[in-house]
Design a protein around this ligand. Structure first.
Ligand code: ADP
Ligand code: MG
Length: 327
């Protein structure tokens, strides 16, 4: 098999009239990576994905796959495939015919189409439902069919736009691990759009955080979580405090904040609310300079010496826990 290609976005831009939905973004996705495009609604994730797929024209810049500019190729000629948020299955076609549809368009004969479709259905564990209509499937099953239908074209890059958002929370977590397993088995690049940071952390080798049409930060999941570089990334990834100190603004993980006696720490804080969370207890504090700080204290530690709302405590942390932020 040939080496899987890298995917590069070069100054990629999307304008809709006067709206700039994607503003000259640059990114290099290494072949075989599970990447998540993460950001709030309206930040330009879907537009980016659709430009990669060829379902949306590029206003400026280019999409480069394996060194070749594919920006102006039709979707079926790019080596990419897209799985849509609403699955977009044909209601009048059986599961098998839905999966085989793109091969039919390519003029592949019936027997070969069927055989390939059944292979794909086996891959997503849907062989038993092969002759059903989409309406006779659960949400999770429809999603697997949509996945099989995208994979039958043997893409080098699979593009998934919020693929789990239509599922209930339980199924979402199950399908999430199936997606990851499938990506590892196939060894192809997945670019998965989500607005959920927990989903991105659970799945991604690499997280690309978007905000207001630009990439705020990109890197390995742990790096983006542990060392956010902007206020936005620190707040959006969650689990962090943004604290203004004399030396500037820093991000500090909530679970890196320790408690001590008042005036013995770096800042004092008054406990506003206490939230029990099972394995830990969150203290929401109002600290020196009217700053809101959350401290996540392990359950046993908290209950060994319980505190009450209204109490004042000292807050401590290591130098290594501070990550300087640019505006
Ligand atoms: P996301 O997927 O991150 O929610 P989108 O890429 O869908 O963001 O949208 C980015 C911006 O572009 C938004 O302001 C949205 O309203 C606008 N937009 C998206 N699609 C269109 C379109 N077809 N026509 C006009 N504006 C659009
Ligand atoms: Mg979207």
């Amino acid at each position: 098999m040939s080496t899987p290609p890298d995917l590069e976005l070069v100054s990629l831009t999307k304008r809709y009239g006067s709206t700039v939905a994607v503003d000259a973004i640059n990114h290099h996705f290494h072949a075989g990576v599970y990447a998540c495009l993460l950001g709030p609604s309206g930040c330009g994730k879907s537009s980016t994905l659709r430009m990669i797929a060829g379902h949306e024209s590029v206003s400026d810049g280019s999409v480069v796959l394996g060194g070749a500019d594919v920006s102006h190729l039709p979707p079926a000629k790019r080596g990419t495939a897209m799985m849509f948020q609403n699955y977009a299955l044909f209601p009048h076609l059986s599961v098998t015919d839905n999966v085989a549809f793109s091969l039919k368009m390519k003029g592949v004969d019936t027997a070969t189409r069927r055989k390939r479709a059944l292979e794909m259905l086996e891959l997503v564990d849907m062989t038993a439902q092969a002759e059903r209509l989409p309406a006779q499937l659960s949400g999770g099953q429809q999603q697997r069919v949509a996945l099989a239908r995208a994979l039958i074209t043997q893409p080098q890059v699979l593009l998934l736009d919020e693929p789990l958002s239509a599922l209930d929370p339980f199924l979402r977590i199950r399908m999430r691990s199936e997606l990851k397993k499938l990506q590892r088995e196939l060894g192809i690049t997945f670019v998965h759009v989500t607005h959920g940071q927990d989903e991105a952390l659970a799945l991604a080798d690499e997280i690309v955080v978007m905000n207001n049409a630009v990439i705020e930060q990109a890197g390995p999941a742990r790096e983006v979580f542990n060392a956010p570089r902007t206020d936005f990334v620190a707040r959006f990834m969650g689990g962090h405090n943004v604290v203004a100190l004399p030396q500037g603004r820093v991000a500090i993980r909530s679970d890196r904040i320790g408690l001590t006696e008042p005036a013995q720490g770096r800042l004092d804080g008054r406990i506003v609310t206490i939230e029990y969370q099972g394995t830990a207890v969150t203290l929401n504090l109002r600290a020196t300079g009217d700053q809101d700080i959350a401290a996540l204290i392990p359950e046993e530690e908290f209950f060994a010496n319980p505190l009450t709302e209204g109490a004042t405590v000292g807050l401590t942390w290591d130098d290594a826990a501070m990550h300087p932020l640019r505006a």
